[in-house]
Design a binder for this molecule. Structure first.
Ligand code: PNS
Length: 160
């Protein structure tokens, strides 16, 4: 059975890596679906985000993963791929409120679509990509939130 793990991944955090690792043990294949949302606040381009995920998964030795990108509605990507299970991580109660709403919209838009939630590792439950972007924009230390490789790439981007 396959699962879609969608997100912006700008940047990929330690929390994302943990969820992907756990999903890879539960499903035959994890399709990481990267949202095409290039805007001026992005750190990494779509291609860079995809490459980072690919390299990180090689590093982690995770083989049952594929990386795709999508634009527009997630349900259209799900229909196109024929995958009916979507996974998201839940950090705090605020995530639940937001995610529940999206999951309900998605299940109305595509019959049979199920969204499953994995509780974030408590060590990572405060980490968000937007928080990392904020710290990075001020040339702060991001080493507790992202992998070494992502840290180096962030430092390259922000020249510190
Ligand atoms: O990493 P993120 O930014 O929290 O990921 C959010 C994402 C990409 C999963 C969500 O915004 C999404 O699925 N966007 C595509 C548009 C869509 O299908 N919206 C749901 C109906 S309201």
């Amino acid at each position: 059975m396959k699962v879609i793990y969608p997100g912006s991944f700008d940047p990929l955090t330690l929390g994302h890596i943990d969820i992907i690792k756990r999903l890879s043990k539960m499903f035959d294949e994890v399709v990481v679906a990267v949202l095409i949302n290039e805007n001026k606040n992005s750190i990494f381009s779509l291609e860079e985000r995809e490459n980072i995920i690919r390299e990180e998964m090689i590093e982690e030795g995770i083989e049952n993963i594929s990386i795709a990108s999508f634009d527009g509605l997630l349900v259209n990507f799900a229909k196109k791929t024929g995958i009916k299970t979507v996974a998201r991580g839940l950090r705090e109660i605020t995530d639940y409120e937001y995610e529940k709403n999206i999951a309900m919209f998605n299940s109305k838009l595509m019959e049979g679509l199920e969204t499953i939630f994995l509780l974030s590792d408590p060590n990572y439950s405060y980490i968000s990509s937007s928080g990392v972007r904020e710290v990075a924009s001020f040339k702060g230390d991001v080493s507790s939130f992202v992998s070494k490789d992502v840290e180096l790439k962030i430092k390259e981007k922000f020249e510190y």
